[in-house]
Design a protein around this ligand. Structure first.
Ligand code: F6P
Length: 491
């Protein structure tokens, strides 16, 4: 039920002639349209007051100053320094490490590892999702290397990842912030065996490690000259700005990697200096809070109307759900309101033929986000892209307008919110700005909630249980259901 204080979207448009201009913004080559959300001037004023009460400006300053914003782990969050926006010392360190990364990329391109035909990038979560998104989004038409990303511990995933790679001419990049992750270390061993089996005499000579824990990589037998370090303050899901993207830099070229950072820095400047009522990550966070807290929305759907951005929804799932899927505030008290909704989504137009029925006529309200690109980059008739975009815009209009019919089955209630991000073109710079927008929006949500977006203790318990059992630990202390599953699987 919509609270009576919140007007219908058609009423909002009718009552506010300047609605579109107040709720649409152009930043860093991206156009953001939040006018089809239920935000209005009064709600925005209330949220701005709440941001002030929650110390938003000071929290944002602390983030960019490299102060401790991850209280539970006692550290800063320095991903912004990777793109030159943080504290001078953090920026200097990030710059020095990026220069080292560049030297390695240059050496590889100059043949230090022989004539390479492929790269196998091993990592999981934040150590793979960013670079995989970058290469998939930007490297389709230019790739000279066969690049494969491997994350899952499932041997079938390994088989598939190496199927098109030649061990004799493949470089293996192992990315792991901690260098203790079970999946990554297991796949590292499998990669060594694969290289050896393919006739490579010195498999370790073909490995590059990317980590915040160089000693752990050394302990895994990787030579110091092939370890790229990044800062402990760079969280896994915020790490694509660091040397975690060495694979993307190899696949897309160094200039593209630099442009990615510049685009993100432009969004950083907007987030730092734009006034609240025109600050896009903050406005988006206000809408997120409105739907989660006042309209009971437990999910948010993100649909990329561009095949190059098909990995954006899963990337955002980690960013948003691992950051803000919390139940206690930074000082350990239960939160007063719902935190992160479930982020889900897919690509348009496919999703229209699968899940949009529920979005239009289901009983749950899902705020929808459309992400599209004005300029195409494909070899087909321009009509493909025109139809793609018209479908995105048509869906957003249909969600909002609805349609009354005598026949209840054919009625659309309308008044269903959506937001649209339209990039003029998809390139490294605009993609950097887009991803930085999502990071800052996640941070803004966390500040409004008083939670810490930079830890993720919730992922530990399941790992611990599996780890204990893998070490031969007794399953006797577990529940009967789990014991029966282990027995039935014969493991
Ligand atoms: O289990 C969750 C997580 O810790 C993520 O936060 C992280 O991105 C991923 O695992 C991989 O961790 P690492 O980079 O240390 O291998």
């Amino acid at each position: 039920m919509q609270p009576s204080s919140i007007k219908r979207l058609d009423e909002l448009f009718a009552a506010e002639p300047d609605r579109l201009s107040r709720l649409s913004f152009e930043v860093a080559g991206l156009y953001f349209d939040w006018s089809k959300t239920h935000l209005n001037a009064a709600l925005i004023a209330q949220f701005i007051e709440r941001a002030e009460r929650m110390g938003f400006a000071a929290a944002r300053d602390a983030l960019f100053a490299g102060a401790i914003v991850n209280q539970s782990e006692g550290r800063p969050a320095t991903h912004v320094a990777e793109r030159g926006s943080g504290a001078p010392d953090d920026v200097d360190l990030a710059t020095a490490r990026r220069q080292r990364m560049r030297a390695l990329v240059d050496a590889i391109e100059a043949g230090a590892f022989g004539d390479l035909t492929g790269v196998l990038h091993i990592g999981i979560g934040g150590s793979v999702m960013g670079p995989a998104l970058l290469v998939d989004a930007l490297g389709r038409r230019s790739a000279t290397l066969e690049v494969r990303f491997l994350s899952n511990i499932d041997g079938a995933a390994f088989d598939e990842a190496v199927a098109l790679l030649d061990p004799a001419t493949t470089l293996v990049v192992v990315a792991s912030k901690t260098f203790t992750t079970l999946e990554t270390l297991t796949n590292l061993e499998a990669a060594r065996a694969w290289l050896r089996g393919g006739g490579v005499d010195d498999p370790d000579g073909r490995l590059i490690a990317v980590t915040a824990k160089p000693q752990a990589a050394l302990d895994q037998g990787i030579d110091e000259s092939r370890i790229l370090q990044f800062a402990e303050g760079v969280g896994g899901r915020y790490s694509l700005w660091s040397s975690v993207s060495v694979t993307a830099a190899l696949a897309l070229g160094w200039d593209a990697f630099e442009a990615l950072l510049e685009g993100a820095a432009e969004m950083d400047r907007h987030f730092r200096f734009a006034e609240a009522a025109a600050n896009v990550p903050l406005i988006a966070a206000f809408a997120d809070r409105l739907y989660a807290e006042q309209l009971g929305c437990q999910t948010r759907g993100v649909f990329a109307y561009d095949d190059r951005l098909r990995l954006l929804p899963p990337y955002l799932q980690q960013l948003e759900m691992e950051s803000n899927g919390k139940s206690v505030t930074s000082d350990g008290k239960p939160v007063a309101s719902p935190t992160a909704p479930v982020t889900w989504g897919g690509t348009g137009t496919d999703a229209q033929h699968a899940v949009f029925q529920l979005l239009h006529q289901g009983t749950v309200l899902v705020p929808v986000e459309f992400v599209a690109v004005a300029e195409a980059d494909d070899a087909q008739d321009p009509d493909h892209h025109r139809l793609l975009l018209l479908n995105a815009f048509g869906q957003a209009a249909a969600l909002m307008q609805g349609r009354q019919s005598e026949d209840a089955q054919r009625s659309y209630p309308g008044n269903r919110p959506s937001a649209t991000v339209l990039l003029q073109r998809l390139d490294a710079r605009t993609l950097g700005a887009l991803l930085a927008f999502y990071e800052h929006r996640t941070f803004a949500n966390a500040v409004l909630l008083g939670i810490n977006p930079f830890d993720q203790f919730g992922v530990e318990l399941g790992k611990e249980i599996a780890g204990r059992l893998a070490q031969g630990g007794d399953s006797g202390s577990l529940d009967p259901s789990t014991r029966a599953l282990i027995e039935r699987a014969g493991i």
